[in-house]
Structure formats: C-alpha cells, structure tokens
Design a protein around this ligand. Sequence first.
Ligand code: ATP
Length: 314
Amino acid sequence: MGTREISRDPAVAAGAAVHLTGLRKHYGEVRAVDGVDLTIAPGEVVALLGPNGAGKSTTVDLLLGLSTPDSGTASVFGRTPFDAVRAGMIGAMLQGGALLEDLTVGETVGMVAALHHRPMPVREALRRAGIEDLANRRATKLSGGQKQRVRFAVALVSDPDLLVLDEPTAAMDVGTRREFWKSMYEFTDSGRTVLFATHYLEEAEEFADRVVLLRAGKIVADGSVAEVRALAGGRTIRAGVPGATEPVIAALPAITGYELRGDRVAISSADSDTTLRALMAAVPAVHDIEIGAVGLEGAFLSLTGDETDQEPTR
Ligand SMILES: Nc1ncnc2c1ncn2[C@@H]1O[C@H](COP(=O)(O)OP(=O)(O)OP(=O)(O)O)[C@@H](O)[C@H]1O
C-alpha cells in the first residue's frame, strides 16, 4: 500500500523523470541506502522525508551520479545520472555546496551558465532566486541564506527538467523561505520535476504532491500527504470524561497513546470506532467528543519509529 501505482507501471517507468531500482549503498556496516525502488513521473514534486541518517543525502548523491551504488540502478529521463547532468537536464542544490570566493554572484552563475548548451539568461536566474540586487557581491560577503539562494540560481540556470534539492531552505529565515517556495512554484508551473529532501514537515505538506518517507535506508511510505497520513492509520479522539481514571482509559482497545488531564482526555487510536464504542461503555458521561486525523507529523513519527513520545498533540 505504500508504493504508488505509478512505480509499477512500465510505461510510466520508461518515460520517468527518475527511476531507481534496487538501489543500495553501504558504508561498512551502515546500510545508508538499502534497496530503494522509486519512480517519479515528469511534473511531480516529491518530498524526501526522514530522520537524520535515514539515507536522504546518499540517495540524492546516487541520483546525481556523485557516488556509485553497490547494486541497483539510477536513471534520469532514461539516461545515466552522469549523462543527464552533462545534458543540463538536472539542476542540483546540495547541502553546503562550495561557492568560489573570488567571484561575484553574477560571475558565479554566469560561469555555470557557460557550461550549458541552452541556459536561461543569468539575470533571469538571479531574478528567480530573488538575488538580482546581489549580482556584484562576492561570495565571502554573503549570509548563509543568501548563499543558499545563489546555489538555487546555480541550480536553475541550466533551465533543467529536474531539480534536486537537499534541504534547500535549511539556512533561510521565514520570509526568505516563503520567497524561495514562490520561485519554486514558478518553476514547477511549467511542468518541471522536483525532488527535495527536507526535515520540515510543513514544507512537505504544503508543497509536495507526494511524500516519500525513508527510514534506515528503506522507503517506509510513499504517497500523497493524505495517503501517508492514512498509512499511520491513526486518529485522535478528544472528549470530556468526568470521573474517568488512568486505568480505565489505558484499558481501551486500539489505543496507541493517551493523555488525561482533569476531566479531558486526548487519545490516539489505530481504530477510532472501536476505541470510541468502548469509551462510551466505560464512561457513560462522556461528552464533547471530537475525532481528528493524525497530522503528517504523527504519521512521520509512527512510520519512522522516532523515539519521541507519541502522545497525541493538542
Ligand atoms: N561517506 C560516508 N561514509 C560513511 N558513512 C556514511 C557516509 N555518508 C553517509 N554515511 C552514513 O550513511 C547513513 C545515511 O546518511 P545520509 O547522509 O544519507 O542521511 P540523511 O538522511 O541525509 O541524514 P541528514 O538528515 O542528517 O542529512 C548515515 O548513517 C551516515 O552516517
């Protein structure tokens, strides 16, 4: 249920923007990427989510041809990553990618443009990245967020069909982050494909068509935000429960967590119908019942097995 129909369709796979099959990369005992199969159709905007060390950056490196898999294959628009990069089909923004200190922003983006057959005008790349006014600034004089935007302009200037972004907004403040996503919309409106790795669940929720959750080098969920939420299967039940005690609540069927404060309880449940029926029988005075879906954060925690306490959020 985790994998979309799309990746099983050979026709889609043949014309896929990204096609990863049985991809593995181990570092000694560490299985950084441990059998990843992923097909991304042209035009999709996909978020790669996972806790630290889940294998996001390693997957991105394999996709860009920056490292070689132990087994499995990676192709981009039917080509090897190396050929796709050489043809200017992939623009990438990596974590902390180096900028040449002696060059200005305009020169940096211009130099990358010169490497490609059909680049967009440098000024256009700077405008889209929101750094036209920094064209004459040297890299040494830039803030962390500004450097990120220069890396974005570098990724855009080849006018690529696929953008691969590894935690693109990590150093950006809230305003810059909003501007960044606005530029991304401009890019994806023209039918381009985007794969971005992120820790920000709200960015995945707001921006991605599809969420791929990685854990210990494996895909543990793949689908729309709504589908991934549903995979976690949970709902929250909130209610007034006069006189209820901890043992009564803890004994309810299908619950995965609860918090009892005075006369109010918040329960997370894998099967809210069953839990609710039992709650009504156990606490006849139950009132003000609300049932809600688990947020993406709840799904993320339960699917990636994060150690964090999984009490229902309020
Ligand atoms: N060059 C390397 N040598 C040895 N181990 C590595 C190397 N690169 C990655 N790893 C290990 O592989 C695993 C996956 O790392 P990766 O950087 O892909 O995760 P990530 O999901 O991008 O994490 P983060 O969110 O922290 O950036 C980690 O356990 C990491 O320590």
